[in-house]
Design a protein around this ligand. Structure first.
Ligand SMILES: Cc1ncc(COP(=O)(O)O)c(C=O)c1O
Length: 417
């Protein structure tokens, strides 16, 4: 969590005192014991890094699915648009409609594979669906496929160059294009998605070559090409096409959790924007031989300070962190082990001494720490880095800051996406 001393996303690391002061102000203002902090200066900074890694004529399409990977879609979109992102991409229709209902007017791609029932909403909300085949549009006539302002439906074509998930096979592309031409559907863009992690350049390069070869016959036509998401940006693969299409990088999340992935990602200058901040709700000195929490899986071996924090698996703290995760004690930098089971609404940690009343702890740190950052937790759990931020539910408020000031607070039920 970046304190007041950090200016507009600079690489300055705030002092523990600054972090505590900001957190305590937020605790007081929001009157909650735990919250998710999203530093919008870090988001703006990451957009600058993305631009630096992109070609000079390449535009940014910000991927904000999964509520911007847990950071909250609207505030992140606001920064992206302020910083000049030309287009956005989401995974589902509901996300696209949500953005439209919140007055977002730039082109929005819906990356999930289109199904027939979604066409009516695609048209009504002026969205650009992703196609891997013609199935969803087979039942329609030319005249059916227009947006309310009369423009022809636009689609983006996903080309399978190796991911083998969605996507038209390159050898079937011509037939799909012909089908769309007959229906007078416009092709907004063609894209592909890399399968391998940052450290596996060769396979991604092969995918890029396959993509460039597949789209070459259409070079004279007015559509965009895009391939690089976070991994491609870091690898410099496809980062000079018409668009880059990153998601994780926007909030400073690395696409892979290996130490080498993290090293390369961090060295680009990205900064994680999200931290999970909490403070002691209760604490006590327990004597030796006390078994803590459900199933008593941790037993004190000496007099131990046990501190309760009010966040649990219902908020998004993985239950698998029971007896193996740690929480950062901001004042000292200590990593305090999670002891016993992560419960639905709380966790217990062990401290070497009693906490002070204004002490602040972070359950997910906005850095690249091996233990407590999203990347560190993901490595420990064998999870995706994006899961670690994306799984936090709406129960904890999300607090947004710029220049060390709170600019927005989303509280549980208000925060619906
Ligand atoms: C098709 C597609 N494009 C772009 C992205 C963004 O990827 P990243 O978050 O790794 O940048 C994703 C994420 O899963 C995706 O599925």
């Amino acid at each position: 969590m970046t304190g007041p001393s950090a200016e507009n996303g600079s690489a300055m690391t705030p002092t523990p005192k600054a972090v505590e002061e900001l957190a305590n102000r937020i605790f007081k203002e929001t009157r909650v014991p735990s919250f998710i902090h999203v530093n919008l200066d870090a988001v703006a900074h990451n957009v600058d890094v993305i631009r630096r890694l992109s070609g000079p004529n390449t535009e940014l399409m910000g991927v904000v699915k999964g509520s911007a990977y847990g950071s909250g879609i609207l505030p992140v979109v606001e920064v992206l648009l302020e910083k000049g992102a030309k287009e956005l991409a989401v995974a589902t229709m509901s996300e696209g409609i949500y953005l439209r209902k919140n007055d977002v007017t730039v082109p929005i791609l819906v990356l999930g594979n289109l199904i027939e029932d979604e066409v009516v909403d695609i048209l009504q909300y002026n969205l650009i669906p992703s196609l891997s085949w013609d199935k969803a549009l087979r039942g329609f006539q030319k005249g059916d496929l227009c947006y309310p302002d009369g423009r022809r439906l636009q689609v983006t074509l996903n080309i399978d160059t190796g991911m083998s998930r969605y996507g038209v096979q390159p050898e079937d592309l011509a037939e799909l294009v012909e089908f769309l031409d007959d229906l007078e559907v416009e092709i907004h863009s063609m894209y592909t998605h890399f399968q391998s992690s940052i450290t596996e350049v060769n396979l991604n390069r092969k995918q890029l070559e396959k993509f460039l070869a597949a789209t070459k016959p259409y070079e004279g036509r007015p559509f965009y090409r895009h391939a690089a998401a976070t991994t491609g940006l870091v690898q410099g693969l496809g980062a000079d096409l018409d668009f880059v299409r990153p998601g994780g990088a926007i909030t400073g999340l690395c696409s892979g959790s290996d130490a080498e992935d993290a090293k390369q990602f961090e060295s680009c200058g990205f900064r994680p924007a999200l931290s999970v901040v909490t403070r002691p709700a209760f604490y006590k000195l327990l004597s030796a031989g006390r078994r803590i929490g459900y199933d008593g899986i941790y037993e004190t071996t000496e007099p131990e300070w046990i501190v309760n924090l009010t966040t649990g698996w219902s908020d998004g703290c993985a239950r698998k962190l029971s007896n193996q995760g740690a929480v950062k004690r901001i004042r000292t930098g200590e990593k305090c082990p999670i002891v016993g089971r992560v419960s639905m609404d709380s966790i217990t940690i062990k401290l070497p001494d009693a906490p002070h009343s204004d002490e602040v702890f972070q359950l997910v740190t906005d850095d690249f720490d091996d233990t407590t950052s999203a990347i560190g937790v993901a490595r420990r759990l064998g999870a995706a880095v994006y899961e670690i931020t994306g799984n936090w539910s709406t129960r904890l408020p999300r607090v947004y800051t710029k220049g060390g000031e709170v600019v927005k607070v989303f509280r549980s039920l208000e925060y619906t996406n």
